[in-house]
Ligand binder design. Sequence first.
Ligand code: FCB
Length: 451
Amino acid sequence: MTLSFPKDFVWGAATASYQIEGAWDEDGKSESIWDRFAHTPGKILNGDTGDVACDHYHRWRDDVQLMRDLGLNAYRFSIAWPRILPAGRGAVNQRGLDFYNRLVDELLEQNITPYVTLYHWDLPQVLEDAGGWAVRDTAQAFAEYADVVSRALGDRVKNWFTHNEPFCAAFLGYQMGVHAPGVTDWHKAIVASHHLLLSHGWAMPIIRQNSADAQAGIVLNVGFNMPATNRREDLDAVRFGDGFVHRWFLDPLFGRHYPADMVDAYCANGFLPKGMSFVQADDLAAISAPMDFLGVNYYRRSIMSQPTASDGTPSHEEIRLPDSEYTEMGWEVYPDGLYQLLCRLHFEYRPAKIFITENGASYADAPDAQGVIDDTRRIDYLRGHLTAAHRAIQAGVPLAGYFYWSLMDNFEWAYGYSERFGIVWIDYATQQRILKASARWYADVIRRNGL
Ligand code: FCB
């Protein structure tokens, strides 16, 4: 059976600045929270850092050529804030802007549409030193940064995402401490989540003003959760997990304020000693500024169970099914979850358009003696998820495009270089790029606009 996608369907791949660029202290760039975090012993598996990463900062032209060879018609990448504003705000570093100017020009030259993410987690360390996302001033600094970048690139870049996965920036960064800046404080994390959303809301009109006819939105991580059993505790775990990761962001973005059950839960646990006093009068109106599209990052299903011996702190355990397939991240391969969540987002929130801004699988299949990388499991993953995406379109979901995560193997945050999500192999010793079988398979899908 052949599946055809709509005529203007966008086919892309995604990356993020810290994960691929390297050149961490070149051309006037200042330290980011990820530079600091990765340089702190014990934070990243094997002591890996993004100092060099895929050396994309120097190899960008070859990388665009690769995208062209694959026939990508779009590329989602992020801008490193500390390259543009080394002091966090104020003086602009022209050399930093020029890197992205050149990249954007080359992409357009090759007929690849740039989709820019302003913030994929690399906050200038100077702003973290002043309190980071836990202080309101950082939201103001982000609006200024959005102004500088959209002024400089807005004549050519017409598709903008403010933030990537504010859930992770707030809660992995400030509550679990497994991401930069490595803080473990529930209160700070909740306040940070608000400032991230607020900065999104403030940036939206600025982007529209600086970039004529631009389309703008945000990228959220949305998974698909199921209870392990029909015990009340397991159902509660799913409801809490959904509120924590999804509704806390979706509800205010779509004009519904923060979910009351979550505010109650946070208060009951003592995380909000002064309630929601950090939310000021006009904040929710700013956050719910209409978006042209919602970006969705989907990887997996989670099967949740509330641990019986709970100390009152919200938590859950994830159950592994013996017959399911898991990627090397330990993430279940569950394409139907993509269909389910796209339908859910469409029916519950009605975004004007949706992009799958990330979806992908970590498998370490390496070159064989002939240099061939036969990553059949990644092809299966892709086929399954594209089929689910197609079904969602048939069901009426306004899905406008798909970005595979990732164009190339890269620095996978706390896991360093141990996880490989790319359709392009990176030999980190030589920086050689090798197309995996999945890259050729995906190129074929793009060429036919279907599978
Ligand atoms: C997402 C991140 C992205 C990448 C994938 C695997 O949460 O946005 O940078 O690390 O996970």
